[in-house]
Design a protein around this ligand. Structure first.
Ligand SMILES: *Cc1c(COP(=O)(O)O)cnc(C)c1O
Length: 251
């Protein structure tokens, strides 16, 4: 894991802002509509400190245990009081209780069993958790995310959970060099969001786009991009081998 030096990370944030501006301009959007979630997974807590120093008070982590450990390491003695950790990766139901204490938003809700447990812990904590429903928009047999055809019914069922608020949808696009295939995944998510929004006006956000494809995601309407390697350095495990994509796509 090669975490870039703080000066280099600062430069990368600036470069990212420029690339976002150019992509927004192409489709007549304002960069103000867009939230960058720096993804600090697999990097030491220093990465979070550097993001914070650059003005990013929300960061994304994909594993709940790692998120909790970093939270504990950083938030001692009342430091980083306004830092928020967003869980962007899959969560097992038996770890749902951690979200009440450590997580400000959850971007990978994909089962009713998990939703029911999460809701129970949020009721106990007296907090409403903003959640994004993860959708499997690539036609691959991905492990995570709901099938497109089941997503609207799922959102209907989530309406019963008093302490979860579905604010948007999330996806990982196909891991492909073919830009049209990637774009189609983002388009599918946007169309689903448009349909869901007719019935539930609060379902507004689109969490899509990462280091390799955020410009396409912006062109297709992303409101939240989740960017790690482009900012902080490459991780040891390349995305195509990481567990969130199926093995048969590995190159
Ligand atoms: C790691 C990860 C990202 C960021 O990927 P990068 O290649 O580091 O930009 C985005 N979303 C999820 C769910 C991730 O796990």
């Amino acid at each position: 894991m090669a975490l870039f030096a703080p000066e280099k990370i600062k430069e990368n944030f600036e470069l990212l802002a420029q690339r976002i501006a150019v992509a927004c301009e192409r489709v007549g959007r304002s960069p103000d509509e867009l939230r960058v979630i720096p993804v600090t997974k697999e990097f030491a807590p220093t990465a979070i400190e550097v993001a914070y120093a650059n003005g990013y008070k929300q960061v994304g982590e994909n594993k709940v245990q790692e998120l909790v450990d970093k939270y504990e390491a950083l938030k001692q003695d009342g430091a980083y009081a306004d830092l928020e950790l967003i869980l962007i990766g899959h969560l097992q139901s038996n770890k749902a209780r951690f979200l009440a204490d450590y997580v400000s938003e959850f971007h990978a809700l994909d089962s009713l069993r998990l939703a029911a447990r999460l809701n129970r812990f949020m009721v106990e904590a007296g907090r409403v958790l903003p959640v994004y429903v993860q959708v499997n928009t690539s036609l691959e047999q991905s492990k995570y995310g709901l099938p497109v055809a089941e997503t609207l019914d799922f959102i209907d069922e989530c309406a019963a959970f008093s302490h979860l608020r579905v604010v948007g949808l999330m996806t990982l696009a196909m891991n492909s060099k073919n830009e049209e295939e990637v774009r189609q995944c983002f388009r599918t998510l946007r169309q689903l969001r448009d349909q869901a929004q007719l019935k539930y006006p609060t379902v507004r956000r689109l969490s899509m786009g990462m280091s390799g494809d955020f410009e396409i995601a912006i062109e297709e309407g992303a409101t939240d991009i989740r960017v790690g390697q482009m900012i902080f350095g490459s991780r040891d495990i390349p995305n195509e081998l990481a567990h969130f994509w199926p093995e048969d796509r590995a190159r």
